[in-house]
Design a protein around this ligand. Structure first.
Ligand SMILES: C[S@@+](CC[C@H](N)C(=O)[O-])C[C@H]1O[C@@H](n2cnc3c(N)ncnc32)[C@H](O)[C@@H]1O
Length: 319
């Protein structure tokens, strides 16, 4: 991976907190370090990563501060294991089902440059790069609210033959200009903002041409399980994340003139699987059989879009 020269990409961004302001690259007066400036704000560049979102920006948003603390703690704990890609087969299977559906749709678009938001430590980016057999992806813009996660992403992307621009940013204040026309890809991150539907609405109101996301989804069964405390559990950050409401998404898509394509699948949490099957859970044949059953249920329920995880493509209509 090679970092794209920031000088050459500065025009792709604007000030995320004052959207009408363009950015310039300059040297800081006191120490000569490179920074990015708008009329009102300066953004640091740390190890080639642009810090569009620092703890300062989050002072008024305790939910997001806790999110950053939570994700940083989780990465400290798991970084070693994740970096060598030691994924549990069960989790990997469900993730691949989602990524395959995402890629089927995404690769109909021009994927030479992709923008990943809320991309954490870049696990899914690397998985998508591995699935890109024809090497169509030439450049990625990768971003997360946590600067530490961005740093791990940079490390993980190192071995791939691509260009990258990495920046910390808040999903509610995306610095990428809409006229770049790069597809925006968000995987399991929107439900971590204080109000995921408001976050989606901000992206639609701004008018990005193509937005792809994968997010946990509400349905009647989930609502019932929630009553018994079996759904919408507390995450690593100590927060209970949201779930996508498909009807609300349809209304927003209509309002902001987007065509909407949704596929749903069922995800069955690995710890519930282990509880359900006890000592049998570790047997590969049991795991395979169970996952095939889940896949079959996903296939059937996708006809009426009633799974608990959605793969969404929103495309701005020509207006
Ligand atoms: C469940 S993880 C998904 C991670 C990612 N897809 C990956 O491959 O590792 C959720 C991610 O959303 C990020 N996140 C949470 N709130 C955010 C926000 N307001 N803006 C940007 N990213 C956010 C978290 O830091 C975390 O990395």
């Amino acid at each position: 991976m090679k970092f794209t020269n920031i000088e050459n990409v500065i025009h792709e961004f604007y000030c995320p907190y004052h959207k009408n302001e363009n950015l310039t690259l300059k040297h800081q007066e006191n120490n000569g370090e490179l920074i990015i400036s708008s009329e009102n704000k300066n953004y640091k560049i740390i190890d080639n990563i642009i810090e569009f979102c620092s703890l300062n920006e989050l002072q008024e948003e305790p939910h997001k501060l806790r999110e950053v603390e939570g994700i940083d703690k989780a990465h400290k704990q798991y970084q070693g294991a994740a970096l060598v890609g030691r994924w549990n087969d069960y989790i990997l299977h469900l993730r691949m089902v989602k990524l395959k559906l995402l890629i089927e749709e995404l690769f109909q678009d021009d994927v030479s440059t992709l923008v990943f938001l809320g991309s954490g430590a870049g696990t899914e980016i690397t998985q998508i790069l591995e699935m890109d057999k024809n090497k169509k992806i030439k450049r990625v813009l990768a971003s997360d609210i946590s600067l530490n996660a961005c740093k791990i992403s940079a490390q993980r992307l190192e071995k791939y033959d691509i260009e990258a621009t990495i920046f910390s940013s808040d999903l509610d204040y995306c610095p990428v200009k809409k006229n770049t026309n790069y597809p925006i890809v968000i995987i399991d991150a929107l439900h971590h903002t204080p109000d995921m539907h408001k976050s989606i609405e901000k992206l639609l109101a701004y008018g990005y041409k193509n937005i792809y996301f994968v997010e946990p989804t509400n349905n009647l069964i989930i609502k019932l399980l929630e009553k018994f405390g079996l759904a919408r559990r507390m995450e690593y950050s100590g927060l209970i994340p949201g779930r996508l409401e498909i009807e609300r998404l349809k209304t927003m898509a209509n309002e902001y003139q987007y065509s909407l394509k949704i596929n749903t699948i069922w995800e069955f949490p690995a710890d519930y699987y282990r509880k359900l099957f006890g000592s049998l859970a570790s047997k590969k044949t049991v795991e395979k059989l169970f996952l095939s059953t889940i896949d079959a249920i996903s296939y059937v329920t996708n006809f009426i879009k009633s799974g608990n995880s959605s793969i969404v493509h929103l495309k701005k209509k020509n207006v």
